[in-house]
Design a protein around this ligand. Structure first.
Ligand code: NIG
Ligand code: FE
Length: 419
């Protein structure tokens, strides 16, 4: 009998997400490739085999009877590295101030930029590791991280450096995005700052980031300015991403399609025409339902419409001081209960499609032979419990690159020294 390192057996549901190696659309999003009483064999950090009643000798056998086994969550949109917190903004939100009102007063992103610039690198790393540990405890095994709380060349590059270090230190794979154009610092005019991003910052990001993102929004960066930045990013090999049509529709979805973005994120206010262009161009819509939830908004992104017209949909936390959650389980709950996605669609969006939206689908996002063994075991008998049993952590076991993570150690001993 062939030998494996670990074998997981008897899963009530083994959710493989086997299928074409491109973002799933329409009815494909409802197809999870479930194997009942499934097993999965792991060797050298990779998936050796997936099926029913597999027969391998293994160092370690995990009995997953009555449990759901699935790929680790992929969180494809986070603002991981920041200092301070903004809990006091809730009072302002309750008084009726909008997100852009708070930003215009110098709060919001600017408050966090100020805190982040002043924080030491050790402190930023420590705080980010705490967030990454919470992610791992809740089943996230891969994430994207954006800069954007530096807003000057040195501070933005420092955050890129920290993201790189975090990727080396932490078990979670971290994919870096440069978001120098997150807001216009008060000391510059928008065009002056666009020029700094293009001429000064972008050339220095080489080798440090995969993606270039822009907050394309009324009162932040116009579609024209966003295009200039994303085109410049493309020239040095950074694939575009866009914070698009979050608060107003200013053509972000359409720009994403025209410029060949891998994803457009938020999309609450996008026009149908813009969404159709995205579907046609294969741009993934990354939906962030915790953001309207944190802002106490009625309106969420039109996920049903998007799936109907063929936009591949992914889900993410948007982890940031305005919308602070590390928990992708919570995101799938909001996706189903606020955007009417089915549990299967939400799971596809939070794993395989999420991996596609950060270019990681060759390695993670599904349980298929040869892929990285990033696997979670949920203490529930089927996947429909995920958006049903609310507000608790259903994740019982996390396996990252074939290693069973000691979750209790992660909770009890947050590491102290990293640099
Ligand atoms: O995606 N909208 C722009 N950026 C973040 C929020 C950042 C912040 O408020 O600090 C977002 O929601
Ligand atoms: Fe964001």
């Amino acid at each position: 009998m062939e030998k494996a390192d670990i074998i997981i057996k008897n899963a009530a549901e083994l959710i493989t997400l086997q299928g074409p190696n491109r973002a799933r659309v329409k009815h494909e999003m409802n197809t999870l490739g479930i194997i009942k009483r499934g097993s999965i064999a792991i060797k050298d950090g990779k998936i050796l085999d997936v099926g029913k009643n597999l027969r391998y000798r293994a160092e370690e056998t995990i009995d997953a009877s009555g449990k759901t086994v699935m790929p680790g969550f992929v969180d494809p949109h986070t603002h991981l590295v920041f200092a301070g917190s903004r809990e006091f903004e809730l009072d302002l939100k309750l008084k009726g101030f909008s997100y852009l009102d708070i930003l215009k007063k110098g709060g919001g992103i600017f408050y966090t930029v100020n805190k982040t610039r002043r924080a030491s690198e050790t402190d930023l790393i420590k705080q980010s590791i705490k967030r990454l540990n919470i992610m791992l405890l809740h089943g996230t095994t891969t994430c994207e991280a954006k800069t954007g709380y530096g807003l000057n060349t040195d501070a933005e590059l420092r955050i890129l450096g920290i993201q790189k270090k975090l990727n080396n230190i932490h078990k979670i794979d971290i994919i870096s995005t440069f978001l120098g154009a997150h807001a216009v610092p008060q000391e510059y005019s928008p065009d002056e700052y666009v020029n700094i991003v293009v001429e000064e910052m972008l050339p220095k990001t080489q080798g440090m980031a995969h993606f270039c993102d822009v907050f394309c929004e009324q009162g932040v960066f116009t579609t024209k300015q966003s295009k200039i930045i994303l085109e410049a990013g493309k020239k040095i090999g950074l694939t575009p991403k866009i914070h698009a049509d979050e608060i107003t529709d200013n053509g972000g979805a359409s720009l994403a399609a025209k410029i060949g973005a891998i994803s457009a994120d938020h999309l609450l206010m996008s026009s149908i025409n813009g969404l159709k262009q995205m579907a046609y161009a294969g741009v993934i819509g990354v939906l962030l339902p915790a953001t309207p939830f944190s802002l106490m908004q009625e309106k969420y992104a039109p996920a049903r419409k998007m799936i109907e017209i063929g936009v591949p949909v992914a889900l993410a936390t948007d982890l940031n001081p305005n919308c602070w959650t590390e928990n992708m389980q919570f995101i799938t709950q909001l996706a189903c209960l606020k955007m009417r996605m089915t549990p299967a669609e939400a799971i596809t969006a939070a794993t395989f499609n999420a991996a596609c939206s950060i270019g990681m689908n060759n390695k993670v996002g599904s349980l298929e032979k040869e892929k990285q063994a990033d696997i979670i075991i949920l203490d529930c008998p089927n996947h429909k419990h995920l958006p049903y049993h609310l507000g608790i952590n259903l994740v019982e076991t996390v396996i990252k690159k074939g290693e069973i993570i000691n979750l209790s150690k992660l909770q009890a001993n947050p590491p102290q020294k990293y640099t």
